[in-house]
Design a protein around this ligand. Structure first.
Ligand code: ATP
Ligand code: MG
Length: 302
């Protein structure tokens, strides 16, 4: 059983895609077999991994529309233990087309429940809205990771996101938990960043990850090369910090009793086949399997 994490915040440009790509790549680098699902019609996760989003043949829209199984759209990436379920620009239509379909909030969850391939982690990059695509991700997920930009207005809208998470818990997916709040684009020279952090900590306590993502140009450059930052510049601070995030993420799974984490301390290696093997598949501890998401009510009966 895979643990499914939605990376969500309806606020635009807060670092969802950057986090989805680089957390997934770092987890893969640490030996955790990971699938990254692009649920955003902007397709930035898809292009950020070097896949041309306009011409990609099979993609997540077709999965949501029940045209193909999720297995059929999987694409390998430059990293051994990271696969991609890409988005095409067509996905923009899904927000509207799904409105009149049966069980419209459960399309991704259904696809994942039929999915035979087991990954350790499935990371879903959500669009900047609380529309049906994000709802599908939240209904399918075990937990939601919320990137929050260190800026004055960052708390605005978080209440709405939390209310949505609550609604989904009550109506669709009782097992959905808050994985954590991740501070992004942090600038230690700016007083405001520290004030925002204090404010967020007041609200979310230990749900706030101690790893903070600094503002760094390498993270903005890497997508234009179609690479996660650890393949673009392995010695950069951005690479180190996203690996730190992955380690903190894994250690929080241990604390939560979800996973047995044995990821070693390593220096990143960009070469395919030479990525750190971390926890080999055959040595995975069966007791570390993630419990299935709680059964969800049938939306057609609401
Ligand atoms: P959207 O809501 O449009 O999907 P998003 O929340 O996914 O946006 P990103 O696309 O990850 O946000 O980031 C927005 C922009 O900021 C991108 O150009 C990205 O390269 C850049 N960026 C993200 N994180 C950082 C960072 N830590 N330092 C510098 N630039 C960053
Ligand atoms: Mg994005």
């Amino acid at each position: 059983m895979s643990k499914i994490i939605a990376v969500a915040n309806q606020k635009g440009g807060v670092g969802k895609t950057t986090t989805a790509i680089n957390l997934a790549a770092s987890l893969a680098h640490l030996g955790q077999e990971t699938l990254l699902i692009d649920m955003d019609p902007q397709g930035n996760t898809t292009s950020g991994l070097g896949v041309e989003k306009r011409t990609v043949g099979k993609h997540i829209y077709q999965v949501l529309m029940d045209e193909v199984p999720l297995e059929d759209i999987l694409m390998p990436t430059e990293m051994d233990w990271l696969d991609l379920a890409p988005a095409h620009i067509d996905l923009i239509g899904a927000e509207i087309e799904l409105v009149n379909t049966e069980q419209r909030e459960f399309r991704l969850q259904k696809a994942l429940s039929r999915f035979q391939k087991v990954y350790r982690y499935i990371i879903i990059d959500c669009p900047p809205s609380l529309g049906l695509l994000t709802l599908n991700a939240l209904v399918a997920a075990h937990a939601v990771l919320v990137p929050v930009q260190c800026e004055y207005y960052s708390l605005e809208g978080l209440g709405q996101l939390l209310a949505t998470i609550d609604l989904i818990r009550r109506g669709f997916n009782p097992g959905l938990s808050l994985e954590g709040v991740l501070l992004t684009m942090y600038d230690s020279r700016v007083n405001l960043s520290r004030q925002v952090i204090d404010e967020i900590k007041k609200h979310f306590g230990d749900k706030v990850y101690s790893t903070r993502i600094p503002r760094t140009v390498r993270l903005a450059e890497a997508p234009s090369y179609g690479k996660p930052v650890l393949l673009y510049d392995k010695t950069s601070r951005a690479t180190t910090v996203y690996l730190d995030l992955a380690r903190e993420f894994l250690s929080r799974q241990v604390v939560a009793g979800v996973a047995e984490h044995k990821a070693p301390a390593i220096t990143p290696s960009p070469e395919k086949k030479e990525a750190d093997p971390g926890l080999p598949r055959e040595q995975k501890d069966p007791s570390s399997e993630v419990p299935p998401a709680e059964p969800v009510p049938d939306s057609s009966q609401r």
